[in-house]
Write a protein that binds this ligand. Structure first.
Ligand code: 26W
Length: 819
């Protein structure tokens, strides 16, 4: 096996691990135990490269990126690690000779789900690209005891089950107690004069010890191993039994509780701010620990803290890590003794901020009383940042009090985190061109006008190594056979496939692979849902978090409409279609959960109606997650990207589908715009309002869904079925809430705020175009192949190179290993 282990050595390592870990022979071992044994064998190989990488970083004294994120949705790592050390063939054979199947062994790994959706998965793709490109970087996050919940569907309803990913020891993590730091909460700040200077003393606080665990992040066959550092909390128990009477027992118990609760669970909200105190604790906990560590590391080699930004950059993944700004200020002021101006200059050259959403309900605004009680010293610093910023607004716009109200960090008894992130950063970026333009022209217009130089776009990307090389082996091999394997580390090379667009044999092979992947997904669906689906039908797939703006509701209403047509209209026919959904709803998001129930209720009726000859099947895949996503993307014909225009900042699922040859059915939203630009508008199915139209309706009104309801009998029929028990005979009123939301104004005075009825007909027409297009097999194959051939731009390698060029300014490092 590559340079260091032969197949037989690898076999020996697995057998020896089984022996030392479980006191068993390989013949007695379970697949779970083999998973552990293989993982430790792989880890053994990784360790040397891990050490070598960090030695090289030390030696070259490189600038380091700290990617700060509450979420890293890394998914299973064994398979990717084996690919990245270049040993997939050897390991597969070694295991097979020992009587085990690599895929089955991989299946035993828990999916580390330390993230919700887009933002967390993006962070994971970025780490993959950073390591592959050889850039020095740490991911900084939280070691949640429970990650994203597992979803069970019971009687059509979502049920949340805790995700115990640490039930068995996770073989790839390494505890690093030598880098533990104390993090303080609550208490009060006393000011003392010392040598004529104010000294701020934090007292009566509660504290925990933050202890890091490192996960190796492997570059592709380049010996680079970066670290994802996730922080665990432990109690600081340095009390002795004699002191119980002094109230220290109580203190110790409190600290135990604090430590346990801080890292207990990932908040399962995506795009929805809930304002929970524990969440703010989590934020400060991992940020304070990460920054303390970054500064200590810097000081090992450097004595001028004013040059921190030359060796360190902090990228804040959305506003969740924004306390980094005042925390860095605190350390520079209180611990390093800088004056305000110097500390501020360092901070604003070190911090950068990425915005991932314009949904107003996602914006973090912490109540001042909560914030100042939990983080008293940090709050003082925020006040001073705000005071100085308000002064600068007044200077820029004399006499304009409205600007102050619109832009101040502290306003209305709230800390507006996005504004603090912008003010404290040297770079502010959106995640797709349209999104960045909306930030500049609408949401953050005032900030853009005042500091245009900070704003820039970085269109998201995905790693082709997970989402093609690992997820779709058949296609990956085929692509490499046709054009060589350059695409693995340079996705733009995949455009060479365009030479095969009019090669019928190649197009047939491409579609044959798609078919085999559809058979694989069909088997997964049979096993998990007990539904038979036909791999010859069109696989039309929408997988992503469940959110009203993503409009799974539009999709299922359209399925109902098609079903009605099949039943009512003798002249109507359609190509068989399998509509596949996968989505988790936040546990407290009632309407999203009701939409899941609706999808399952519609599926029940349609799948059991033999009168439609199986023309439509509807499948809701339980527990959509990174590991089954890989199977799903590979099998898709149609990629549903149907958010209300302007609402989806970028989307990254759209890119994963494209990479695997699925054709986009979408609105002109997020990165869809750039996908269409790459494939050409004739090779995508685009529908619906533009973002400008949506924004105009939102501002000026003028849209009344009742007009559509009254005019259009087919839409009306579908909506009536939400209230007449057609799909919920046991409880006819069950979906009334959804019906009402589409027709009657909400508290904000608007109905159908995501323009579902407005876009319905245009969506239905796009589906008709798909139905027609699919029947021309040759043309469809060409179009599908063109998707894969055109996705070069959407590699996260490209995205990372742009971040490096414009924001981070890192240097590539080469790691050589002895042969
Ligand atoms: C405070 C609650 C909360 C939790 C998560 C607010 C906001 C979030 C995330 C920023 C939501 C999110 O994941 N946004 C997604 O980010 C992706 C990566 O940039 C984009 O592709 C998606 O369009 C965007 O919805």
């Amino acid at each position: 096996m590559n340079k260091r282990l032969s197949k037989s050595e690898f076999k020996a390592a697995i057998e020896s691990n089984i022996k030392t870990l479980y006191r068993k022979t390989i013949d007695e071992a379970t697949v779970d135990q083999v998973f552990q044994a293989v993982s430790y064998a792989v880890k053994d190989i990784i360790i040397d490269e891990w050490i070598a990488t960090h030695d090289e970083y030390e030696k070259q004294d490189v600038k380091v990126l700290y990617y700060m994120s509450m979420e890293f949705l890394i998914g299973r790592t064994l398979g990717n690690n084996i690919i990245n050390i270049g040993a997939i063939k050897e390991v597969r054979e070694a295991l097979s000779e020992l009587g085990f199947d690599l895929n089955a062994v991989e299946d035993k790994e828990p999916d580390p789900a330390l993230g919700n959706g887009g933002l967390g998965r993006l962070a994971a793709c970025f780490l993959d690209s950073l390591a592959t490109l050889g850039y020095p970087a740490y991911g900084c996050g939280i070691r949640y005891r429970y990650g994203m919940f597992k979803q069970k569907i019971e009687k059509g309803y979502q049920v949340e089950v805790p995700d115990e990913w640490l039930k068995n020891p996770y073989p790839f993590e390494m505890k690093r107690p030598e880098y533990a730091y104390e993090v303080k909460f609550g208490g009060n700040v006393r000011v003392e004069k010392k040598d004529g200077k104010d000294v701020f003393i934090h007292e009566n606080y509660n504290s925990v010890r933050a202890v890091p665990y490192d996960l190796p992040i492997l570059g592709y066959k380049n010996n680079v191993v970066n670290s994802l550092r996730i922080w665990d909390a432990e109690a600081i128990t340095n009390f002795s039994l004699e002191h119980f009477d002094r109230g220290e027992y109580q203190m110790a118990v409190e600290q135990e509780n604090l430590a346990r609760t801080i890292v207990e669970v990932l908040y399962p909200n995506d795009n929805h701010y809930a304002g929970k105190e524990l969440r703010l604790k989590q934020q400060y906990f991992f940020i304070s620990a990460s920054i303390q560590r970054a500064i200590a590391r810097y000081k090992e080699k450097h004595n001028d803290i004013k040059k921190l930004h030359e060796k360190v950059v902090f990228q804040m993944n959305d506003t969740h890590p924004t306390v980094a700004v005042p925390e860095l200020m605190r350390i520079l002021l209180d611990e390093e003794g800088l004056n305000w101006d110097d500390a501020w200059a360092v901070t604003t050259k070190t911090c950068a901020y990425t915005n991932h959403t314009i949904m107003s309900e996602a914006l973090e605004k912490w109540p001042i009383d909560l914030f100042s009680r939990l983080l008293p010293r940090i709050y003082q610093i925020v006040e001073e940042i705000n005071r100085r910023f308000v002064e600068s607004i007044k200077k820029a716009y004399p006499g304009n009090e409205e600007k102050v109200a619109d832009m101040a960090i502290l306003y209305n008894n709230q800390v507006r985190m996005a504004y603090m992130a912008i003010v404290g950063s040297f770079s502010v970026n959106g995640v797709a061109r349209l999104h960045t333009e909306i930030l500049k022209k609408q949401e953050l217009k005032d900030f853009y006008l005042m500091m245009p130089e900070k704003f820039n776009n970085k269109t998201n990307g995905i790693t082709q190594r997970r989402f093609l090389l690992h997820a779709n082996e058949l296609l990956a091999d085929w692509v490499s056979k046709k054009i060589g394997s350059d695409w693995i580390c340079n996705l733009s090379a995949i455009s060479k496939l365009k030479d095969y667009l009019d090669d019928e044999k190649a197009a047939m092979e491409f579609m044959d692979i798609k078919h085999r992947n559809k058979v694989r997904l069909a088997a997964y669906i049979k096993e998990h849902n007990n539904i038979e689906v036909d791999p010859d039908s069109i696989f039309d797939i929408q997988v992503k978090r469940l959110h009203e703006y993503k409009r799974q509701l539009l999709n299922i209403l359209h399925v109902m409409y098609l079903y009605n047509k099949l039943k009512d209209d003798d002249g109507f026919d359609m190509y068989p279609r399998t509509f596949i959904f996968g989505a988790k709803a936040a546990a407290g998001y009632r309407r999203a959960k009701l939409t899941i129930k609706l999808i399952n209720s519609v599926a029940d009726v349609i799948n059991n109606d033999s009168s439609i000859n199986g023309k439509i099947k509807v499948v809701f895949i339980e527990d959509y997650k990174v590991s089954n996503a890989e199977i799903i993307f590979a099998a898709a014909d149609v990629s549903e990207q149907i958010s209300t225009a302007s609402k989806e900042a970028s989307g990254t699922g759209n890119m994963k589908f494209m990479l695997n040859g699925a054709i986009t059915l979408g609105t002109m939203d997020g990165a869809n715009v750039e996908i269409v630009e790459e494939v050409g508008k004739d090779n995508a199915f685009i529908f619906g309002l533009s973002s400008d139209e949506v924004i105009k309706y939102e501002k000026d009104g003028g849209y009344d869904p009742l007009e559509i309801f009254n005019k259009d009998s087919e839409i009306r029929k579908v909506l009536m079925q939400l209230t007449n028990g057609y799909f919920s005979a046991e409880n006819p009123g069950m979906f009334k809430e959804i019906y009402d939301s589409l027709l009657y104004p909400d508290e904000g005075g608007r109905a159908d705020i995501y323009f579902i009825l407005k876009d319905f007909n245009s969506y239905a027409q796009a589906h008709e175009r798909i139905d027609k297009a699919y029947q021309n097999k040759k043309a469809w194959a060409r179009m599908a192949l063109l998707q894969t051939a055109s996705c070069g731009k959407f590699s996260s390698d490209r995205t990372i190179e742009e971040y490096v060029r414009d924001i981070w300014h890192l240097k590539k490092v080469e790691v050589k290993m002895p042969k």
